[in-house]
Design a protein around this ligand. Structure first.
Ligand code: PHE
Ligand code: ZN
Length: 863
């Protein structure tokens, strides 16, 4: 099979740097002409000869001029094209020179949604990670920073708004109804942050005064008919600016900040310096169209992209192996902010749920990779949960060990040293060590070693000596490319609770593991305590301690750490479900019943926390615990059984909470109301198992906001009944004009466990509102199905269908095809007959000779 692996160890500095790059984009009807005039100078640190290696991909070349003299690939001996047509070599160059390159590109035909493309008539770019090379020949690598100027020339009537990065220098009308705008950077940036947007756009405007009294103008651009949906995004942006000042003393460094909302976008958003481009699904928010979850997600992405301005638009990464470096701190920062704004423990529970459901899965899959991989084929495959979420957890561990103020010290030193530089993980670690005067080198293990570490804990109590001992053994499976694994540094937050439920006095609430096996002794302990381990999920690990069901109950009642109370409940229900699946004995354990009830009826527990505690673990989480010979149907049945038993048992209690919360109030997007709605809708789902579908139908009719309607819609979509069709039709009739809201209609049908779901998805994929070139639609229908509907997805016909879609998508948008195929490769531990069927489909995909690199890399790993 083909292979084009790139290794971190092969990194070399560029032989040349770019002092400035002047770009001209002439947007024409059928094509765009790109003129790139760059001034190069020799990098004195490079040991190479005077050879320039420019990246390029699929370019239609009009001309190359070296110091104003035309040169050509056919006749000049100092130009060479090698390596799969991806690098242009220029030999024997002077130490400084200018290169002018003219290329012709075809944005209207570009369905990859990378480099320059057209979404709903809007011209826009996506250059991270390696899109720039599809527009012009360039040193398209993050460690080459340069000052850009961008002149955009276009028809004024079609494209009245012309945007690019940084300062607008001038704009002027030209002949033939054309006009131009010239934008220029005051400082250097890498090519992946280049951005350009053009079309008839409207904007809303606001402003923010920084703590140094600088006025910053804020604008959000969109098509005119969506302009009323951007106010929440604007308010979120201002909150982010304020928090970054309060918490990190980071002031916005420019006087304008712009966001553009685009319908066709491969991911959530992109942090291009001062011109962020967003998926419109992550901008538009009104109570009628967005759920509470959408609001929180929108807010978080806005913050994330804004925080990128410092981390890492100003300090960027040296090469793409350091990608996590650019994302982790930003994820960590947006998650901390979210916790500050809403609730620390709920935020922690949500983050951990996400981590355990998805990142742990990835870490155990064939795509598992270290936070900083040492090799890859396609960097686009590495925008993963490991890079984003696991890294953020690593930063959290630094903070746990060092405390917040030390963390700040590091941030300050880090920016002092590396502002406007392209850096590596080692630079980060060095700053952390130097700022805190500590040896933290063992953290390196987290960057270089894949897979989730496992920590087995055992305890021993000597009543005679009054000594309680905890023994920790860490392990981590070794992957093919690793020789061995070194022990990780792992902070375990913990406490000991005595039999009456009181906390025992201890000197320290944190144990820091650094070796494979370690023992910790506690003296003067009167009775055997119950340990509350890994409080707040202080490390991204799998911790095993042999808790009995009695101990789980005890912790649920007595643990003062909210997260661990939740976790005891989660682990208890997971174990119970695993037992049901493995033994086929359906019975509701009494201890579990009592614990569940104690949470359910406790009025002192706040609602969001209660909702989290009574939500059972997902089917995939249970599957991951079962680990081998997985039968998704059995898991589905077991879960259904448990929910049904609980509602049988506690109908009165559920109804009481539900009735209390369902009173109609005006929709407000504040934490208290969000939590109430969350609990109300979790209860409604339980109730639907007993008293369906009338209550749910009524909830749908009564709702005055999308959170409640969507919740009722998704519950009903799982039940075979006439109300289901009515509600689906009603939703469709209400929202068919709005591409973003109608995605909800696609996704609830894709995640339904009803028998006819696959047929329905096939039908929906031909629906007039479905469009396979739009990633949001693909995510709503195919990704939700393959990720969130394990029981229907794990059938031979479904594998075949999704494989077909992967192949179809690969010709349109390989990055999106690759994300879809990743949902197929996580399931290796299925019962053998299922895995065999799945494997055949993966083989079928891999055998296509025209398959893109990006999909091939994923599929190859899985076989
Ligand atoms: N850099 C973007 C972000 O997190 C994500 C992204 C990557 C978007 C690659 C597009 C392409 O914040
Ligand atoms: Zn990011």
């Amino acid at each position: 099979m083909k292979n084009k692996t790139i290794y971190l160890k092969d990194y070399k500095v560029s032989s040349y740097f770019v002092e400035s790059i002047d770009l001209t984009y002439e947007l024409k009807k059928d094509y765009t002409l790109v003129t790139n005039e760059s001034k190069f100078y020799k990098n004195i640190n490079s040991k190479e000869d005077n050879i320039l290696k420019l990246n390029w991909n699929n370019l239609d070349i009009i001309g190359i001029f070296l110091d104003w003299k035309k040169i050509s690939i056919e006749i000049d001996s100092n130009i060479e094209l090698i390596e799969d047509n991806t690098i242009l070599f220029l030999n024997d160059l002077p130490d400084t020179f200018e290169l002018k390159i003219v290329t012709k590109i075809y944005p209207h035909k570009n369905t990859s949604l990378e480099w320059l493309y057209v979404s709903n008539w809007i011209y826009c770019t996506q250059c991270e990670p390696e899109g720039f090379r599809n527009m012009t020949y360039y040193l398209d690598r993050p460690d080459v920073l340069s000052v850009y100027s961008t002149k955009i020339i276009a028809d004024k009537q079609d494209n009245p708004v012309l945007l690019s990065n940084w300062n607008l220098i001038e704009s002027w009308d030209l002949e033939d109804g054309k006009h131009y705008a010239l934008w220029k950077d005051p400082f250097k940036k890498p090519s992946y942050l280049f951005a350009l947007v053009a079309w008839k756009l409207d904007y809303i405007e606001s402003s923010f005064t920084t703590f140094r009294w600088k006025e910053v103008t804020l604008r959000i651009f969109t098509e005119p008919h969506n302009i009323n949906r951007c106010d929440f995004a604007m308010a979120s942006l201002k909150r982010a600016m304020k928090w970054d000042e309060d918490r990190f003393w980071l002031e916005y460094d420019l006087d304008l900040f712009m966001i553009v909302a685009i319908d066709d976008f491969n991911s959530g958003a992109m942090e291009n310096k001062w011109l962020n481009i967003f998926n419109s699904a992550v901008v538009f928010a009104t109570p009628e169209t967005a759920t509470d979850k959408d609001y929180i997600y929108i807010e978080r992405v806005i913050w994330h992209e804004y925080f990128h301005n410092w981390t890492w638009d100003r300090v960027t990464c040296r090469d793409w192996f350091q990608l996590s470096l650019k994302e982790w701190l930003t994820v960590f920062r947006d998650s901390e902010f979210s916790a500050d704004m809403h609730s620390k423990s709920t935020k922690r529970i949500e983050d951990v749920r996400y981590l355990c459901n998805y990142q742990f899965r990835e870490d155990a899959s064939p795509m598992s990779h270290p936070i900083r991989p040492s090799f890859f084929e396609e960097i686009s495959n590495f925008y993963t949960l490991t890079v984003y979420e696991k890294w953020a957890e690593v930063v959290r561990m630094y903070q746990t060990i060092l405390w917040k103020s030390w963390f700040r010290k590091w941030m300050d030193l880090y920016f002092e040293r590396h502002d406007w530089q392209a850096v590596t993980t080692e630079d980060f670690l060095n700053a952390m060590q130097d700022a805190n005067n500590m040896n933290l080198s063992q953290f390196q293990t987290w960057y270089d070693q894949a897979w989730t570490p496992i920590v087995d804990v055992s305890s021993n109590f000597s009543a005679e000596k009054k000594i309680y001992t905890l023994t920790f053994k860490q392990s981590c499976p070794v992957r093919q490319w690793e020789k061995r694994k070194n022990p990780f540094i792992i902070p375990i937050k913990f406490w000991l609770i005595d039999s009456s439920g009181d906390e025992i006095k201890l000197e320290n609430d944190i144990i820091i593991l650094t070796k494979e096996e370690e023992k910790f002794e506690f003296n003067n302990i009167e009775n055997e305590p119950v340990p509350s381990l890994l409080r707040d999920f202080s490390a991204p690990i799998i911790l095993n301690y042999n808790y009995s069901f009695e101990k789980y109950s005890f912790l649920i009642e007595n643990d003062s750490n909210e997260f661990n109370r939740f976790n005891a409940m989660q682990n208890f229900s997971t174990e119970l479900l695993v037992n049901i699946v493995n033994s086929w004995v359906y019975e509701l354990n009494d201890l579990f019943k009592n614990s569940f009830k104690s949470i359910l009826i406790d009025d002192t527990i706040w609602n969001s926390f209660k909702a989290e505690c009574i939500t059972l673990p997902s089917e995939t989480l249970i599957a991951d615990k079962i680990w081998k010979n997985i039968n998704p149907q059995k898991i589905f049945e077991a879960r259904k059984y448990l929910i049904t038993s609980l509602i049988e048992e506690f109908e009165v209690e559920f109804l009481k909470i539900y009735d209390n919360l369902k009173k109609k109030i005006d929709y407000k997007i504040d934490s208290e109301d969000i939590w109430n709605r969350k609990l109300k809708n979790v209860c409604l789902e339980y109730i639907s198992f007993k008293n369906w579908p009338s209550n749910v139908y009524k909830a749908y009719l009564d709702s005055n906001n999308m959170t409640d309607s969507f919740s009722a819609l998704s519950i009903l979509s799982k039940i075979e009944c006439k109300e289901r069709d009515e509600v689906l039709d009603d939703f469709y009739n209400k929202w068919n004009f709005d591409p973003i809201t109608i995605d909800k209609w696609f996704s609830v049908q894709a995640t339904s466990p009803l028998e006819n779901t696959l047929d329905n998805i096939k039908k929906l994929s031909k629906h007039k509102l479905f469009d396979i070139t739009n990633p949001n639609k693909v995510r709503a229908l195919f990704n939700s199905f393959s990720m969130l509907n394990p029981v229907i997805f794990n059938k031979p016909e479904s594998y075949e269908f999704i494989a077909d879609k992967v192949l179809e998508l690969d010709k349109i948008n390989p990055a999106i095809a690759s994300r879809l195929v990743k949902n197929m490769i996580n399931w290796k531990k299925l019962e053998s007959n299922l895995w065999e069927k799945l494997r055949l489909q993966l083989l079928r995909i891999s055998n296509e000779p025209w398959l893109s690199w990006i999909v091939l890399e994923v599929v190859k790993k899985s076989l």
